[in-house]
Design a protein around this ligand. Structure first.
Ligand SMILES: C[S@@+](CC[C@H](N)C(=O)[O-])C[C@H]1O[C@@H](n2cnc3c(N)ncnc32)[C@H](O)[C@@H]1O
Length: 264
């Protein structure tokens, strides 16, 4: 159960971030990380990481697919002096932007590039994502973020990342990740979704809209995902929030994508 002090700390961090922010995003930021208000989304995710994920202010955090540091920004104000944050991305310019624009005088933050291939984001990458071994030792991190990343991955890559994250998490560590989950609730709506009309007639367990060969958006079958995470990678599912992505009129206060929190 989350204590009031931790919640208050997150709200204070959000206030500090929103009043201090001074970054100028690249012109093509929407193409790189999606549209929407960069700072508001970052703030919303800090609340979710704390409320749903139980993120401890002293945690060591790895942000996989960190993009333009949207999640790092509020974390700078939330994480304590003994915490650490590393973000990596497959797009070199994203990492360079983060290194130039997200500075932490206490030097708790680091960003690095991993040249993993992705058909849309990094088609010329040297390393295939299906057999990637992350350049990180076993049991290194307390908390791993993959926000809006599995929503761009094939089934084989999803399976690989779930296993790799399990390897680098400490026992009891958590993976906080977002998905478009195809389950009883979303199945009737997913194919007619105004934004991403997922082709559920195609062979699963991962579906994209028709003609989307670059994994611009990918949804995943719940049964397959849970089997992969719980049985094959050894996680427990400890929390879950339904996203409003299938609905034209979203309920206020709900995240856009489905959030799942797995514990090793
Ligand atoms: C929609 S953006 C989300 C960025 C960030 N997580 C956020 O929420 O602001 C997806 C990010 O995933 C990165 N990405 C794509 N394939 C990846 C992979 N195999 N490993 C790590 N990151 C990847 C992309 O380069 C891109 O920055």
């Amino acid at each position: 159960m989350l204590d009031h002090a931790t919640r208050d700390r997150a709200e204070l961090a959000i206030d500090c971030y929103l009043s201090a922010r001074e970054e100028t995003l690249p012109d093509d930021a929407n193409a790189k990380i999606g549209d929407g208000d960069y700072a508001a989304i970052g703030a919303e995710f800090l609340r979710l990481m704390v409320d749903l994920g139980g993120l401890d202010p002293d945690a060591s955090v790895l942000d996989i697919g960190c993009g333009l540091g949207r999640l790092a920004q509020p974390l700078k104000y939330y994480l304590g002096p003994d915490a650490s944050y590393f973000g990596f991305d497959v797009v070199r310019e994203n990492v360079e932007w983060c290194l130039q624009n997200i500075r932490d005088e206490r030097e708790r933050f680091g960003f690095f590039h991993v040249d993993v291939r992705h058909p849309l984001y990094n088609p010329g990458g040297r390393i295939g994502a299906e057999d990637l071994t992350l350049p990180i030792a076993d049991e290194t991190f307390d908390f791993v973020l993959m926000v809006s990343v599995f929503t761009h991955l094939s089934a084989a890559v999803t399976e690989r990342y779930l296993a790799e994250v399990s390897r680098i998490l400490v026992p009891g560590g958590r993976l906080f990740a977002s998905f478009f989950v195809i389950d009883e609730r979303t199945r009737p709506l997913a194919g007619v979704n105004h934004r991403y009309p997922f082709d559920l007639g195609a062979p699963g367990p991962v579906y994209t809209p028709p003609q989307d060969t670059g994994f611009a958006a990918a949804a995943v079958e719940e049964d397959w995902l849970l089997d992969c995470a719980l049985r094959r990678s050894g996680y427990a599912l400890v929390n879950r929030a339904e996203g409003h992505w299938p609905y034209a009129n979203p309920a206020p206060g709900t995240p856009f994508q489905d959030i799942l929190v797995f514990e090793k």
